[in-house]
Design a binder for this molecule. Sequence first.
Ligand SMILES: N[C@@H](CCC(=O)N[C@@H](CS)C(=O)NCC(=O)O)C(=O)O
Length: 254
Amino acid sequence: MIRLLLVTTCLLLSGYAAAQSEVAAKAAASAMPEITIYHLEGRRSERIVWLMEELNAPYKLVFERGDLAGSMANIRAVNPDVPMAPTVTIGNLVLVESGAIIEVLLNRYAPDKLQPALDTADYANHLMWMHFAEGSLAARLFSDYRAWRIDPPTERSRFVDSEATVQYAENYLAKHPWFGGAEFSSADIMMMFPLNVATGLNIVDEAQFPNVAAWKKKAGARPAYQRMLAKARPDGMIGNLPKLPKHAPAGPRT
Ligand SMILES: N[C@@H](CCC(=O)N[C@@H](CS)C(=O)NCC(=O)O)C(=O)O
């Protein structure tokens, strides 16, 4: 009887402790310090603005409207070593790398938002696209773009090139509504910029990627994306890089 009483009390106490630690975790998660986003219009810093709008969380947005050089001077003042957009301050912390900034913000301050739970099937794909956006897609897009501008290719590369990376996204979207899997996630936020670059600079032919085009339309219609555009790109794209005259030749790789 006494043992039963002890076990019951322990269970009650452990249930109480779990509930308390959940309360503590939620309290810690909500204590977001002041966030300042140093921004260049139409560039990768839009990702962080979009994220904050999705979270409905407060932030300060710093840029000089219509003046990329002026916006860059602001960035250089806080981050002289690698003046890049986004540069974000989270309290006293100064961070670059949009993917890392997003992971810090979500994991520390909004752990149950915009990413699938660790034990779900979607989590691994979500994380892969989070990193694929910069690690493979943007990297290949900009290297192909620069190579083309110097010396236009006459045939496709035999390596995984821009077109192959966009095709990979296209194939995934044939089976999943979002890069996060079943739900919209921060992987979708990461993928928008390079997929816009891919077609906007004519590095690949948009007509070949209908799933990507439909996804862009759907993601771009989200209210948080529209609020981001109104605040962070009030005059549309400025200072565009020149488009390629035509995309890389189609056909088999040699
Ligand atoms: N991998 C970084 C790339 C950051 C980056 O290169 N940003 C561009 C703007 S989209 C930039 O700051 N360019 C200026 C420069 O490289 O001098 C990220 O995802 O944050």
